[in-house]
Design a binder for this molecule. Structure first.
Ligand code: GSH
Length: 219
């Protein structure tokens, strides 16, 4: 893969900084040792025609490599991992296992966590949240319990760090405003191990540096 470009937001409010999903792509590229450029868009620009051609839903990230565009963070991480043995084993059955856990991260673990994140960070003062939140917390905890049970004493979801851990860790980080991960030592240690990876640290620093450079002037 050559001429890689990742699209992210020029700035995000503090509650979202370090969570915006271009981080996943930056992290995967850092793990794979691939150089990339970043294109930053204003939040309002996401629905402009030019950008919607890259990401039909007007979200970040968008991605391009070798002149071909791609969207959906999971698909992009998969594309990067498919070419990097550092993120995905070469053996076919083992690759399929990684893909299962990638989908589990995005399709099974992320949905209730995303609901909770939206309730807590975007709708906290709305009356319906008080009614709905306990059931969502219960759903999140149910997913976390299975995940913790699977991890047990392992360091990673499979026998070594893969793209599945990368996605799962970014999903669990969406709970950083709660004590749900910290309340489970297995998961807290798992996230901590993932975050300690130099590639994650570089990706996070790059995203935060972009936001710092483009922070709105204080009123
Ligand atoms: N499933 C998409 C979700 C992308 C997504 O939710 N991006 C957020 C930032 S993390 C976004 O662009 N939000 C703006 C919006 O929803 O309009 C993916 O994984 O790429």
């Amino acid at each position: 893969m050559n001429k890689i470009v990742v699209w992210g937001f020029r700035w995000a409010p503090p509650f979202a900084q370090g969570l915006v999903r271009d981080l996943r792509v930056r992290w995967a590229l850092e793990e794979a040792g691939l150089a990339y450029d970043v294109q930053l868009i204003d939040f309002d620009e996401r629905h402009a025609g030019a950008y919607r051609q890259r990401q039909p839903f007007g979200m970040v990230p968008a991605f391009e490599a070798d002149g071909r565009g791609l969207f959906e963070s999971g698909a992009v991480v998969h594309r990067i991992a498919a070419e990097s043995p550092l993120l995905m084993p070469v053996d076919e059955p083992a690759r399929a296992e990684v893909v299962s856990w990638m989908f589990a991260a995005l399709n099974t673990v992320e949905p209730p966590i995303q609901s909770l994140l939206e309730m807590d960070l975007l709708h906290a003062d709305e009356p319906w949240v008080a009614l709905r939140r306990p059931a969502v917390v219960e759903a999140v905890n149910a997913r976390l319990a299975v995940l913790a049970g699977h991890l047990g004493t392992r360091d990673c979801l499979l026998d070594r760090f893969t793209a599945a851990d990368l996605l799962m860790a970014t999903v669990l980080r969406f709970l950083r405003h709660t004590d749900l991960v910290d309340g489970c030592p297995t998961l807290a240690a798992y996230v901590e191990r993932c975050e300690a990876r130099p590639a994650f640290q570089r990706a996070l620093a790059a995203q935060l540096a972009d936001y710092a450079r483009h922070a709105p002037l204080a009123a």
